[in-house]
Ligand binder design. Structure first.
Ligand SMILES: Nc1nc2c(c(=O)[nH]1)N[C@H]1C(S)=C(S)[C@@H](COP(=O)(O)OP(=O)(O)OC[C@H]3O[C@@H](n4cnc5c(=O)[nH]c(N)nc54)[C@H](O)[C@@H]3O)O[C@H]1N2
Ligand SMILES: Nc1nc2c(c(=O)[nH]1)N[C@H]1C(S)=C(S)[C@@H](COP(=O)(O)OP(=O)(O)OC[C@H]3O[C@@H](n4cnc5c(=O)[nH]c(N)nc54)[C@H](O)[C@@H]3O)O[C@H]1N2
Ligand code: SF4
Ligand SMILES: [Mo]
Length: 743
């Protein structure tokens, strides 16, 4: 045995855990957490330690596929690009550019190449609108952050290691490990909070693994979080519990908030939220009374009918209570390497404007450059001017992940051209004409991009590649450049990827040199380009670090940080705890936190109309620690054991509905129907049932040998596409009215 241990960071989720990857020849023999990793300190979950199964998965694509007479055949990248050119140019010739669009999925945010070159693809391709998993996830938060702080990715994180009081609303880090908040071993950090005398409260319709570990569980009726938060604000103002003196110079609209929340008493919202008024008062008092407190909210507050209101209000609660921008409270990270999607976007130079165009079929407005992912099916299926005839999916599985999943699955075969940048033949990519895979995560370097923007410490972590990529494999950043230029009408044979990359890099360098406050502001971009080394994402990362907040600024600050220093710290580099960042972090036209953006405030009217409504039985989603969205069910170590794709039902509901543990239930909604095995549990609040998302692997034509044995059902078959947070267009995947009956 000539086993070697390689240090890597996990590429799967916001935990960004440090791993020890044991390698013998070309086999990974085992993966363990790295106890010496300065960031994750010896934590990793079963997904990270199962990455060997992904790397060695025989179903993982190692070469492009082209569909010929309905059958996928292996091809070289050159052949695949030629086919993409033929397909895309054909559609553009016949229907014009507006017939082409893209769907960008979640792993794009975690992948070293994709995270830094999606911007290149979007810019070169000129495609608009595009779709993404953002509108089935965090679009409401992007919207509120854009309007409150001046940037859609300016998202405060909970300073969990120094807080005395943590509220977790609509998130289950027990499964997810945190989201828009990077804190590996989240639950261990909660234990530490309790050990130092602090408390935690989980607000969730389900008593999750996180709620079990918390000091307190507060069940809430799905979709009513905005009402609860309004009442909490009411109490803060009404009882003189606000604490804004320190922040006041940086706030605009405080008076407006005080006036808005006056009507929303705890008594008014109690019945809708199904939380006693006294309990709301106590929660508000406890939160305000804690010396250091943080109120963290995530996907349960975003993927719901009033996602934008809730996303906005939770930040207002933190600010008004004075639990903002100071240690132990909600704070902004200041990452070593700025994220590539956080550069100033010229389209919003004069502030944000939404509804610049509308979707063709449903007529809904664009928000932050995108239309709701739930529009995609109808935009493909409905004939007429502007109909979508070509789709490029990039690390996305929308046939499972977006609402009305069956409608999209049915629409995809209507496309004249479909290209997937993906590593599996799955429920979505089986419809593609061409699939372009990338290397395994262990075959390229890694350094997370956007994620560090909401990390609970400022730190850095470089991972060198372990293996060479397979012969003939193209890194995904090159594929994105190629596809972008094919959409722009260029011929594959004429594209010099490296020359284009040089231009892209020079362009970004020019932008950074133009940013006031950048450590390289005013420098000659040519000088910076000449001082840079390498190509592709690694060269971009060097720029991100060397013009970041701790940078050497390409020599101007000799004590500053370089990529080489980050690389030398093989267990990662810890800069330290978060520091206050107001007002420097703000990019609003006023230079202040906009506490009451009128665009969002106007949506209170829709909330008023919801008051007193009884939805009957409603459905919510869940995640599991051994699964990541839709695409890790092909890994044997993660799918063994008890069946996990079950309908969770409270015992009282089960008795009332006549469904039994171990039996099967039929779940139906306006959108469709499905059948699932029943699990009866008092972890659900009565009136709310729950299905996991990301399942439904029984489709013909996929190549997922293991997942097909554990198919489960796709919960998005019952998610109506038009059930959205109207303001942001984000899908409401929680709080779906359903009928449940014995199957
Ligand atoms: N009902 C319900 N629906 C939901 C949710 C929910 O809670 N409930 N959650 C929503 C959320 S938060 C999200 S983010 C979306 C996710 O929506 P998607 O992003 O559409 O779905 P994923 O399952 O993450 O699919 C990832 C795809 O990328 C591929 N892939 C994995 N790694 C790589 C890689 O390195 N390179 C490339 N090129 N491809 C790769 C996989 O094979 C898979 O096809 O789902 C949403 N849908
Ligand atoms: N293991 C694992 N980790 C993951 C993923 C995964 O699929 N598996 N996916 C990753 C992705 S893409 C994301 S976006 C993150 C998401 O990370 P989280 O935000 O932590 O998402 P969930 O684990 O789905 O937890 C959401 C919680 O919201 C609750 N909820 C539902 N409706 C409501 C509501 O109306 N109000 C309130 N207050 N709560 C509600 C649900 O019961 C659930 O417990 O996880 C990431 N990490
Ligand atoms: S929590 Fe698990 S999946 Fe997420 S980064 Fe850590 S090891 Fe990877
Ligand atoms: Mo997500």
């Amino acid at each position: 045995m000539s086993e070697r241990v390689h240090l890597r960071q996990c590429t799967l989720c916001e935990g960004m855990c440090g791993l020890r990857v044991h390698v013998d020849g070309d086999r990974i023999t085992k993966i363990r957490p790295d106890p010496d990793d300065v960031w994750s300190r010896g934590y990793a979950c079963p997904k990270g330690t199962s990455l060997a199964a992904f790397h060695h998965d025989p179903d993982r694509l190692r070469t492009p596929l082209i569909k010929r007479d309905g059958v996928f055949v292996e091809a070289t990248f050159e052949e695949a690009y030629a086919e993409c050119e033929r397909l895309l140019h054909g559609v553009i010739e016949r229907h014009g550019k507006s017939a082409v669009t893209a769907f960008i999925g979640n792993p794009s945010g975690h992948n070293f190449s994709l995270s830094r070159y999606i911007g290149a693809f979007v810019a070169f391709s000129g495609l608009e609108p595009i779709y993404s998993s953002g509108t089935v996830d965090q679009w409401p938060k992007n919207l509120s952050s854009a309007l409150m702080y001046g940037g859609m990715w300016k998202i405060p994180t909970a300073d969990i290691d120094r807080t005395d009081f943590l509220v977790i609303q609509g998130a289950n880090p027990h499964a997810s490990q945190g989201s828009l908040m990077c804190a590996p071993d989240f639950l261990g950090r909660m234990d530490a909070l309790h050990a130092r005398g602090g408390r935690s409260v989980v607000i969730d319709p389900r008593r999750t693994g996180t709620a079990d570990r918390a000091s307190e569980w507060v069940p809430i009726q799905p979709g009513t979080d905005a009402l609860l938060l309004l009442a909490v604000l009411h109490v803060l103002f009404d009882e003189g519990l606000t604490n804004t003196a320190a922040l006041e110079p940086h706030l605009a609209g405080l008076g407006r908030v005080a006036e808005l929340v006056r009507e929303w008493t705890p008594e008014r919202v109690a019945a809708d939220c199904r939380i006693e008024a006294d309990e709301i008062r106590r929660l508000a008092r406890d939160f305000a009374g804690a010396e250091k407190a943080a109120w963290y909210a995530r996907i349960g507050t975003c993927t719901q009918e009033f996602g934008s209101l809730a996303s906005w209000l939770v930040d207002v609660v933190n600010i008004v209570a004075g639990h903002f921008d100071r240690p132990g409270c909600m704070m902004f990270a200041n990452p070593v390497a700025w994220g590539s999607t956080t550069l100033p976007d010229p389209q919003w130079a004069d502030g944000f404007e939404f509804g610049r165009f509308h979707s063709r079929v449903r007529g809904v407005p664009e928000v932050l450059g995108q239309l709701p992912a739930s529009c995609l099916a109808e935009e493909i299926a409905t004939p007429g001017d502007g109909q979508i005839h070509a789709l490029i999916t990039i690390a996305g599985n929308p046939a499972i992940s977006v609402p009305d999943a069956a409608a999209l699955d049915e629409a995809l075969p209507d496309l004249e051209a479909m290209i997937a940048v993906d590593c599996y033949v799955n429920e979505t990519t089986r419809h593609a004409d061409v699939i372009l895979p990338g290397p395994s995560p262990f075959e390229e370097p890694h350094y997370d991009d956007l994620m560090w923007g909401w990390a609970v410490r400022n730190a850095a972590r470089w991972s060198p590649p372990i293996f060479d990529a397979a012969e003939g494999m193209h890194p995904e950043w090159q594929t994105l450049i190629m596809l972008g230029l094919l959409c722009a009408g260029q011929k594959a044979a004429d594209v010099d990827v490296h020359a284009v990359d040089q231009l892209y890099f020079a362009g970004i360098t020019g932008v950074v040199c133009g940013i006031e406050g950048s450590p390289i502001h005013g420098r000659d971009p040519g000088e910076i380009v000449a001082a840079s080394s390498g190509v592709g994402p690694e060269r971009l990362l060097e720029l991100q670090i060397r013009s970041g907040p701790y940078a050497d600024a390409y020599g101007a600050k000799p004590d500053g940080l370089t990529l080489e220093q980050v690389k030398a710290a093989e267990h990662g580099l810890d800069i330290g705890a978060l520091e206050p960042r107001l007002p420097e972090v703000l990019e609003t036209p006023s230079g202040k936190v906009e506490l009451a953006p009128e665009f969002i405030v106007a949506d209170l009217e829709r909330l008023r109309a919801r008051e007193g409504r009884d939805d009957g039985l409603v459905l919510v989603s869940r995640r599991h620690v051994r699964s990541k969205n839709s695409w890790m069910h092909n890994l044997e170590p993660l799918v063994t054991g008890k069946e996990r794709c079950t309908l969770l039902v409270h015992p009282d509901d089960a008795a009332r509905l006549g469904v039994e543990a171990g039996g099967r239930a039929r779940v139906s909604s306006l959108a469709g129907a499905l059948e699932a095995p029943v699990e009866v549990s008092d972890e659900m609040m009565p009136g709310v049932v729950c299905l996991p998302h990301g399942w439904g692997h029984d489709k013909p034509g996929t190549r997922l040998a293991v997942a097909a044995q554990h198919a489960g059902v796709c919960n998005n078959v019952v998610a109506p596409g038009e059930f959205v947070d109207t303001l942001s267009g984000n899908a409401a995947l929680n709080g779906i009215p359903v009928r449940v009956e014995p199957a």
